[in-house]
Design a binder for this molecule. Structure first.
Ligand code: TRP
Ligand code: SF4
Length: 403
């Protein structure tokens, strides 16, 4: 049986090395919240990194450990969430391969990120088989764990859409045994004329009018039957719902709200813009980075009034300051009543304060690499057990069981 997919969350991150405040406010805080509400699987997508960085793979390993430490330091709890490395669960490759057999090529060619990324990463040769197939690898990642919810940013929603289509196609192709319909009719006969007739009526009501109540009553009716086997019962339920068995449940994208965290220059915080504050940044460096931030260019002298709307420091106040401090900034900036360094002080303090426990925890993990390796080894093992079960089901319906 597939796990209860409604309870499951899965998400992955490419190993990009040390994470920054943008990751924290965007993704990690969300994961930390989700881990209390769902059964979560978070993994490091190292194979995904290879789809674009196959020429320089050596940075991946170090990036993986740096990223894991930051996850843990940010509050991802291995007691509530299963954290693992994709390539340590090689079943992902097998599922990807099997899905590739039935995935129409145009489905992959029309994924928006395919052309976009090829354009953006012009300096790399991305006319590869692996790069084209990477959204399908992502589908395998998701379907492997029967995840009902997949927290992703807007750029990844189309990959979850693809996954839904692939799951639907898979279930359609392999969710019914040959002779599915005949067998359902045989099982119906065994119910006796009267029950069979009611079953037929309820089935029509559900399939033609989407009547949920009819579906529930038909299910109850099937459960009441004494002289049918468990297999026949399942068949009748499948027939009732209009398809075969659901082998790979369809996931939903859980859109991660765009992080409001601005970078030091007011653009989105991103490593490629060089405007980040790392999660493990030393307090002195945080202070220095914010002190040297550009402010409203109109404020050359202390006596020149400014406009917070034209200053990236104000965006930081919006994230970190209470309404009283915000008023103080607005008033003081426009009336030239405060200096920029004075204005930056509360933000510097707030960032340092926020990072303090994260830095402390990261330090503990840095000092104890064995602990980190152990957490991931356990996660790999737990993920692998799940993955093996899924592949059992998949191999069985695809006729690859060889017993
Ligand atoms: N493709 C995602 C990214 O580049 C990472 C990823 C891989 C992922 N597999 C996933 C995210 C499965 C969610 C679910 O960010
Ligand atoms: Fe920016 Fe504050 Fe200086 Fe105004 S006072 S320009 S908001 S740093």
């Amino acid at each position: 049986m597939a796990a209860n997919s409604e309870q499951r969350v899965l998400s992955g991150m490419r190993p990009t090395g040390k994470l920054h405040l943008g990751h924290y406010h965007g993704v990690l805080k969300n994961w930390v919240k989700l881990q209390h509400e769902y059964e979560c699987f978070f993994f490091i997508a190292d194979w995904h990194a290879l789809t674009t960085h196959y020429e320089d793979p050596h940075i991946i390993e170090e990036s993986v450990w740096d990223m894991v430490i930051d996850w843990l330091a940010a509050g991802v709890n291995p007691g509530s969430a299963t954290c693992f490395i994709q390539s340590r669960v090689p079943e992902h490759a097998e599922l990807h391969l099997l899905l590739s057999m039935m995935t129409p090529l145009p489905w992959l060619e029309r994924v928006p990120s395919f052309k976009d990324q090829q354009e953006k990463l012009r300096e790399r040769d991305l006319a590869t088989y692996g790069f084209l197939g990477y959204p399908l690898l992502q589908s395998a990642d998701i379907l492997m764990y029967s995840a009902g919810h997949v927290p992703v940013g807007a750029d990844q929603v189309s990959h979850v859409e693809l996954t839904r289509e692939v799951a639907r196609r898979f279930n359609h192709l392999y969710g019914r045994d040959p002779g599915f319909e005949e067998q359902a009719l045989v099982a119906m006969k065994k119910m006796g004329k009267k029950a069979a007739k009611i079953y037929q009526q309820l089935k029509n009501q559900f399939q033609e009018q989407g009547d949920q109540e009819a579906l529930n009553r038909a299910r109850a009716l099937i459960n009441e039957q004494q002289n049918i086997s468990i297999n026949e019962r399942e068949r009748l339920v499948g027939f009732l719902e209009g398809g075969g068995k659901v082998i790979l449940p369809e996931p939903q994208a859980l859109l991660t709200p765009e992080s409001k965290m601005p970078g030091l220059d007011g653009q989105k915080m991103s490593k490629s813009y060089g405007n980040t504050i790392a999660l493990r940044e030393e307090p002195e460096v945080v202070e220095q980075k914010i002190r040297t931030m550009q402010t409203d260019p109109a404020r050359i002298r202390l006596t020149d009034p400014g406009d917070p709307g034209k200053c990236p420091v104000w965006q930081l106040h919006e994230v970190y300051s209470d309404s009283q401090t915000c008023e103080w900034v607005q008033e003081g900036c426009r009336s030239a009543g405060i200096g920029c360094l004075e204005c930056k002080k509360p933000v510097i303090d707030a960032v340092i304060e926020e990072l303090k426990p994260i830095r402390q925890r990261a330090q503990e993990y840095e000092n104890n690499p064995e602990l980190v390796r152990g957490i991931i080894a356990e996660g790999n093992e737990a993920a692998r057990n799940e993955a093996r079960e899924t592949l059992e089901r998949v191999r069985e319906v695809m006729g690859l069981q060889y017993r």
